[in-house]
Design a protein around this ligand. Structure first.
Ligand SMILES: Nc1nc2c(ncn2[C@@H]2O[C@H](COP(=O)(O)OP(=O)(O)OP(=O)(O)O)[C@@H](O)[C@H]2O)c(=O)[nH]1
Length: 458
């Protein structure tokens, strides 16, 4: 609960925008009601059909998952989805050098994990090559240095997130504090709600979908701000649920995590935060400072490496990032590191160069492990709002993006963009950045997020 409060505080700008807007909408045509509001149930009024809106609306499922989403994998446990390792990355001829490393057996095996003391869910995974474990993400304040292998995130505000049993009941059943202002849901109000969600950067399609779902069966019903918040949170959580997936950890090491994103999106910071969490979970980590063209970026990464207690491999300014990645891979293998995190440049001004640079890094590390990189994380800055959508499109063309991290959700009124991203791309959201400190990377919990975004008290 404490963590939820922190998240809610951090998402203040987004939630207050929604909250203020909702108040204004409800007050505009609403009237205070004394005690019991709308008796709830089967309102005889024949308004079961959600009015004119739904027609416009894309309908819950059409393009939610535009691309096949490699998640063929059987979902083991809580939030472990393995992610089938796309291995699709553009690399026509990976084996310029033979180097047939001893390690790379496909290992389809779903065997139970021997190493972690705690229960590793290790599902019977038919498809994926590796049975991933769990991401070590932990709540900001959990103690470091045990190898929990299980995501401590469940220790968090579960209550906050769970579909609260009485939610609908409360919505429809009571909730009538004296003097609560309610407004009957009509087309005008729906339109205002759509506009509000669009203004919160949810995007047009998603805003339409959310309001249509909210309207279904409720046209003509009188709703208060609080009730609308609850309904919105419910809808948002429903959209986010499928993408809330921690970054999978594979047993095969070193697991290579390529981190991509435009300059300033928070790659370095996120690498530092992740490295710190992995370390806290008992994993050994090596970082490669792959943006060799910017000395400042390298220095910053070194600072984060120090904070996280993780070595940072660098190369002379202007040298070939692929060559650094290759060396780093060698070192990570030699040291028996669990994870190798590779920072990359984010220059989008010249996509051809960047694409070639990323492709070369991939080509080169595959000489040492044909399955690498095992994760390609795209780091997005929430303050860019809708621009994040085009960044995803661009980077998916440049690299085989396997998951997202959204940074700077604190201090922006554009938190709704995460909903748009989930709705549009269906890419796993591994974590969210809610500040500049090392602990300010939170696992992504859809219900907490939805509640925080809508300003719902939990
Ligand atoms: N408020 C806030 N600031 C963040 C967050 N994540 C990163 N930042 C800040 O964003 C700025 C850019 O972060 P970097 O990690 O340097 O971004 P980068 O993508 O590595 O940028 P380059 O090194 O230029 O490629 C820094 O000032 C960070 O402190 C976050 O979650 N919240």
């Amino acid at each position: 609960m404490a963590f939820f409060k922190k998240l809610k505080d951090r998402l203040f700008k987004s939630s207050s925008r929604l909250e203020d807007g909702l108040d204004a909408i409800v007050e505009e045509g609403g009237t205070p009601e004394p005690d019991l509001p709308e008796p709830s149930q089967p309102d005889p009024t024949p308004d079961t059909t959600p009015g004119p809106k739904p027609a416009t609306v894309p309908d819950p499922g059409p393009d939610t998952t535009p691309e096949p989403e490699p998640e063929t994998v059987p979902d083991p446990g809580p939030s472990t989805v393995p992610e089938p390792e796309p291995t699709t990355v553009p690399d026509p001829k990976p084996d310029t050098t033979p180097t047939p490393d001893p390690v790379p057996q496909p290992d389809p095996g779903p065997q139970p994990a021997p190493e972690p003391p705690t229960e590793v869910p290790t599902p019977p995974s038919p498809t994926p090559p590796e049975p991933p474990q769990e991401i070590p993400q932990r709540p900001a304040d959990s103690p470091p240095a045990q190898p929990p292998t299980e995501i401590p995130l469940d220790t968090l505000p579960k209550g906050a997130g769970q579909p609260k049993p009485g939610l609908l009941g409360r919505l429809l059943g009571r909730g009538g504090d004296a003097g609560v202002v309610r407004r009957a849901l009509d087309d005008d109000m729906l339109e205002q709600l759509e506009e509000l969600l669009i203004a919160a950067d949810m995007g047009v399609d998603t805003a339409l979908r959310v309001t249509a779902n909210l309207a279904e069966g409720r046209m003509g019903k009188r709703l208060s701000t609080q009730e609308i918040k609850e309904l919105l949170a419910q809808e948002i959580a429903r959209i986010m649920e499928p993408v809330a997936k921690p970054m999978p950890l594979y047993r095969k090491t070193p697991q290579v995590v390529l981190v991509v994103g435009v300059n300033g999106s928070g790659k370095t910071t996120t690498i530092g935060k992740l490295a710190s969490q992995f370390r806290a979970a008992g994993k050994s980590v090596v970082i490669a400072a792959g943006d060799t063209f910017r000395a400042a970026a390298v220095e910053q990464l070194q600072v984060w490496g120090e904070r996280a207690g993780v070595p940072v491999l660098t190369a002379p300014e202007g040298s070939d990032p692929a060559s650094l990645a290759f060396d780093a891979m060698g070192q990570a293998q030699a040291e028996g590191a669990d994870l190798l995190m590779i920072d990359t440049a984010g220059r989008l001004q010249n996509r051809a160069d960047l694409m070639e640079e990323l492709a070369k890094i991939v080509r080169v590390i595959r000489k040492k492990d044909p399955d690498a990189p095992h994760n390609t994380l795209l780091v997005l800055d929430a303050t860019t709002g809708q621009n994040a959508l085009s960044q995803v499109e661009t980077f998916r063309k440049l690299a085989d993006v396997s998951g997202l991290v959204m940074t700077k959700l604190d201090g922006t009124a554009k938190g709704g963009v995460l909903v748009a991203l989930a709705d549009r791309f269906g890419l796993p959201i591994h974590a969210i950045g809610v500040g500049e400190q090392i602990d300010d990377l939170a696992p992504f919990d859809p219900e907490e997020f939805a509640a925080a975004l809508t300003g719902l008290e939990v």
